[in-house]
Ligand binder design. Structure first.
Ligand code: IVH
Length: 701
């Protein structure tokens, strides 16, 4: 379709066009030229995206180009050409799943990025409908894989991907394994015979992190973001594999609904969008019922969008914006649609989380287990409000597979609190001056030869006294999720190490504060604060200590499992591999690693030293026989006091248990803001509920 030379030129052109805004265009002639260029590059990017499924720019950058073209065409309507990308939906399908025609075309959404865009939208809606007041419903824009579900006579008969918007791919068997998609639902109660519902398949962010952690441990490349994980899982050829991925589906729009006689129910029987969402919720679907807000006017809409922009990161699913819909469905027909999007809805996009930038250099970092990680140094680029200047290149295999070279233009993504990730190399932008990344043979910190055990993807420094490893181990021990020693971050650890103040983990408890006080940047006060937080850390629950020891493969979850089964950390010195393997979720590799750790003389010496220095290695009495003993707590909704993790820890410290689902065994359901379906279930079972205040009272007293 395009030669290499053409692609290079188009990418270069794209980068120039991205710098232009409508205000820079002074004459019509200039507008004509830029519009032509925009059409040419957009066509190219459509092809990369839809046909090759391999884009070379971020969605945000694409939108920016598209938006500029729309602005030019709005200003000079006679410049519109019939083949302008604004006049059609791009197509192109893959062949693995049978094609299926949607009952209603699966259009996209128009995007907006600021208040002005939303006010323009409001103005247009009012103009077309000739109304002075418009009610909107606003809900999150889920960032997953779009689907369309068809139910007939109450049965789920077909589910499809978006495809080209007219024809999608039939992925019914894969969708049937998703538990949030009911296989039947009582639509007849509402007089509906056939209905098509739009939705999105997603993976919870926490589960996504876990999947990636497991993939990394197995030496598989991680997924870039939850969307890719969801979309990739949906296209697996084996539904059994799909079932293991923990996918969920949210439904958010009814696009077709008819009764026994074929009468359209949209706008007549189904009058308001928010009511249709509630109906879907009541029929057993997962829908944004609790997130949706009916707004009286555009000011309320703007406030609600801003509110969500702030809380985006704490929402359990990845969302990339909000969707604003005219609430009165009977206005949909009047407003109509372009070939690209309906005029009764608009997306408000949050700050973008992808960007392209240059890889300037690669440095090699030695982690606490000796693993050598290549870290790419980038030309700084802003992603989602954060400046990104470095990115992990994972390991040698990852670099080889993506063929990353120094000087390359990279597409980087930073999704939520996920660390930045290289989505791909824009190879088409290569000049020929890119340099291969050469892996070191010797440890960049201590100079020992690196080793790569057979079957592993990671090069390691096996010198346990390697300064880089020791620093990392100390910093990990002090980190927030481990012993939580405020004021002892990686930089300070490095400084203390280099000054000879801190050479081992137990040295933390022997620090000479007289010397620290004299250091530049430290004073009486900060030295005293550090001393206090070190002192406090001596009494952390033992699962934190276990996690802080930095045993390979022992993350926070495994550390908790171990802690639940012992009274004192030293007991682990006597555990056999078989005993360890008998614990929940601990397999041979992890068991062997724990066993090896507790059979290493240096490690045992360290644990005993810590104990002598006053670090608690045994559970405190109250941890064991706490006041919440024999009680099981379940949480729903968001707590304002603290994270779920913290609340869980409070319960466990007092001897209680925390479970994820409500059952007869539940003692209390703790209800935070915007509770989920657990509340209804608890009420049905007659389980006692506590609000946040009551819960805090209980754990405090
Ligand atoms: S309404 C005809 N509501 O975003 C418009 N779409 O970028 C029907 N999306 O194609 C879509 N969350 O796949 C709607 N709450 C939501 C959504 C949503 C995510 C997706 C959808 C759409 C895409 C446009």
């Amino acid at each position: 379709m395009y030669t290499k030379e053409e692609e290079k030129r188009l990418i270069e052109k794209t980068r120039q066009l991205l710098k232009i805004s409508i205000k820079d265009i002074k004459t019509k002639e200039e507008a004509r030229k830029i519009a032509e260029e925009l059409r040419e590059v957009i066509k190219y990017h459509d092809w990369r995206y839809y046909v090759l499924a391999n884009p070379v720019i971020s969605d945000y950058e694409y939108d920016k180009l598209f938006h500029l073209l729309i602005e030019i065409e709005e200003k000079y309507p006679d410049l519109i050409t019939p083949d302008s990308p604004t006049q059609r939906v791009a197509s192109g399908l893959t062949k693995e799943f049978p094609p299926v025609r949607h009952l209603a075309p699966m259009l996209s959404l128009e995007n907006s990025y600021n208040e002005d865009d939303l006010r323009d939208f409001d103005r247009r809606v009012k103009e077309i409908t000739k109304r002075t007041e418009i009610e909107y419903s606003v809900e999150p824009k889920f960032d997953g894989a779009g689907i369309a579900l068809v139910y007939e006579n109450n049965l789920f008969i077909r589910g499809a991907t978006r495809g080209d918007g007219v024809v999608g791919e039939d992925i019914t068997p894969n969708l049937k394994v998703i538990k949030t998609i009911p296989l039947s639902a009582d639509f007849k109660r509402y007089g509906i015979k056939t209905i098509e519902i739009r939705g999105e398949v997603l993976i919870r962010k926490d589960l996504f992190k876990k999947i990636n952690q497991e993939r990394l441990e197995e030496g598989l490349p991680p997924f870039a973001n939850p969307r890719n994980a969801a979309a990739g899982s949906l296209r697996l050829q084996n539904p059994k594999e799909v079932a293991k991925r923990g996918l969920e589906a949210f439904v958010y729009q009814i696009t077709y609904a008819v009764d026994e006689n074929g009468n359209n129910l949209l706008g007549t029987k189904l009058k308001k969008h928010h009511e249709s969402i509630k109906m879907l919720y009541e029929l057993g679907f997962k829908s944004p019922y609790k997130e949706i807000k009916v707004c009286e006017n555009i000011d309320e809409v703007i406030d609600y969008c801003n509110e969500w922009q702030e809380k985006r990161d704490s929402y359990p699913y990845e969302i990339d914006g909000m969707v604003i819909k005219v609430n009165d469905i009977s206005l949909y027909d009047i407003l109509g649609a372009t070939s690209h999007h309906p005029r009764w809805a608009i997306a408000f996009k949050f700050r973008a989380r992808q960007a392209t930038t240059r890889l300037l250099d690669v440095v090699f970092q030695v982690g606490r287990t000796g693993a050598v990680t290549p870290v790419g140094k980038l030309e700084p680029v802003e992603i989602g409000g954060v400046t990104v200047s470095s990115v992990s290149l994972i390991n040698e295999d990852f670099i080889k597979e993506k063929d990353i070279r120094i000087g390359d233009l990279l597409l980087i993504e930073r999704a939520g609190d996920v660390i930045p990730y290289v989505v791909k190399v824009i190879k088409e932008a290569r000049t020929g001056n890119e340099k291969p990344i050469v892996f070191p043979k010797y440890c960049p910190s201590c100079g020992s030869p690196l080793v790569k055990p057979p079957g592993e993807a990671v090069w390691r420094c096996v010198n346990a006294n390697c300064p880089a490893q020791v620093k990392e181990r100390i910093a990990h021990f002090a980190s927030k999720d481990a012993m939580d020693i405020r004021g002892l971050g990686p930089r300070i650890v490095e400084r203390f190490y280099d000054l000879g103040l801190l050479r081992t983990i137990p040295d933390i408890y022997r620090l000479d504060f007289e010397k620290i006080k004299q250091l530049e940047g430290f004073g009486e006060k900060s030295a005293e604060n550090l001393r206090k937080s070190i002192e406090e850390s001596k009494h952390r629950p033992i699962h934190r200590l276990i996690y802080g020891l930095g045993i390979r493969y022992v993350g926070q979850v495994t550390a908790r499992t171990l802690a639940e089964n012992i009274k004192c950390v030293e007991e682990l010195e006597d555990w056999t591999i078989e005993q360890l393997e008998s614990l929940e979720d601990i397999g041979y590799v992890v068991a062997k690693s724990i066993y090896d750790f507790f059979h290493n003389e240096q490690n045992i010496k360290m644990i005993h030293e810590l104990k002598e220095l006053g670090v608690q290695t045994c559970k405190e009495e109250k941890e064991e026989e706490g006041k919440l003993k024999d009680m099981t707590f379940v949480f729903t909704g968001t707590l304002s006091c603290c994270s779920r993790e913290k609340a869980k820890e409070m319960v466990e410290t007092l001897g209680g248990k925390v479970s994820n689902s409500v059952s007869h065994k539940t003692t209390y359901l703790v209800v935070g803001e915007t509770p989920g379906s657990k509340l209804a279930k608890a009420q049905k079972l007659g389980i006692k509920t506590l609000n946040e205040e009551q819960f805090l009272e209980l754990v405090k007293s």
